[in-house]
Design a protein around this ligand. Sequence first.
Ligand code: AKG
Length: 210
Amino acid sequence: MAVQLQGSLFDVADDAGLGRPLSEARRTPLAHGAWIDVLPGWLSGSDILFEALLASVPWRAERRHMYDNVVDVPRLLAHYTEADDLPHPVLAAARDALSAHYGEELGEPFRTLGLCLYRDGRDSVAWHGDRIGRGARENTMVAILSLGQPRPLLLRPRDGGAPHVRRPLGHGDLLVMGGTCQRTWDHSVPKTAQPVGPRISIQFRPRGVL
Ligand SMILES: O=C(O)CCC(=O)C(=O)O
């Protein structure tokens, strides 16, 4: 694959591991019962994990219908169910740490992993909520671990009533969307004309949240 991290993004640890405790995550309440938690630098050794995922994940390109056309989805994707072996042991440790910290509030563990590879600034994800599954009806959580080039995650309320939120997500940062966030807010990662390098987003979700 022609994608590569442009040297270290200042994380020179010699193995990937969980750094700061999740209790240090800062919560921001949003309108309508939604919230986000942010923990910069949750992961250490992010360079190593980035390179390992780039090389070992079976990244696939998808196409989707848009009006009368079929177009490329502008990012590469991979998905791991709870029955799958994960592509790196630190991802199982991250999932288990999230479940231990948020399990009581969430009422269940995190189980699945979605991975997205944004190869450059032309890759993006449009406004959406994770509402294909239970997120359409129930409060839930989606935790995002971001690796590689910092890109902003934008959030906006579906009713248009509250100001938009913009969170730059850097190398090893964690952002958790919770409460009603998937039902009452949308999120996106916009394209950029800046010459940006690749980013990998790892999303941890409970069973049935898509
Ligand atoms: O790139 C991200 O961190 C967001 C990914 C996302 O929203 C999705 O795949 O549903």
